[in-house]
Design a protein around this ligand. Sequence first.
Ligand code: PAF
Length: 283
Amino acid sequence: MEVITTIADLRRRLRDERQVACVPTMGNIHAGHLRLVAEAHDHAPCVVTTVFVNPLQFNQPADFTSYPRTFEDDCAKLEAAGVHVVFHPTEGQIYPEAQVFIVEPPPIANKLEGRFRPGHFRGMTTVVLKLLNIVQPQVAVFGKKDFQQLHIVRHMVQQLALPVQIVAVETLRAPDGLALSSRNRFLSAEQRLEATRLYRALSDLKAAIEAGDRNFAAMEFAADASLARYGWQVDYVALRRPLTLTAPEPGDREFVGLGAARLGETRLIDNMEIFAAQPVGNP
Ligand code: PAF
């Protein structure tokens, strides 16, 4: 495995590769990322993982500073997973000067996560576009854990006619259901036990919809209240259409439940896709 830190060296290394699959990350590699890498191997003989903590997508400077940076450990895991190249640029490589050309995502970027993290998706799409331009992969792999991110990246790739196929990978969960995330390491032992409640709240929404309940507002409210009762500070629990992230409409059979809430200082997000047997009545 090669670790490359400059754009020029990366371009030289990849010049003769015909099929490259890229897994963009911010490091702190865990089993969820390794699942993305495994998927990447199915799509190309050359797998590149980018490890770059992107300052542009953090709306809280403290979040950026405290983001876990574990590069040596990351490299050991990525090497064991058969990654061919790790691209680990400095901030100066990606932003040699103040970034004034910014991707402006559509209004959905100001809803759900975007409502609580202003500017996050502008920063995320800007760096993803840059990374795709730098690596020029045929395939890029993203996790469904960040469902809204995946939606926005797919839309950007389609609207800007980027020559890359976006592949989505299911969320990897601990045996008790907690979605794997770099932030889980901040949970105390007691909070770790409590943390599955978000997953369970989404599972309850799924069960209710599958049982024919179509009172979306009441279901969202109940999920929110059930978390708040156990000390969570809830940002949102929302049922949406999976392809547009807009509110469900009569006749829909496919939904996604999305949630974000803070347990102590740790903000967790999760989502669950739902396929209902019966169409929606009157929401
Ligand atoms: O999902 C992430 O880790 C980041 O948002 C990404 C896609 C690597 C862009 O910085």
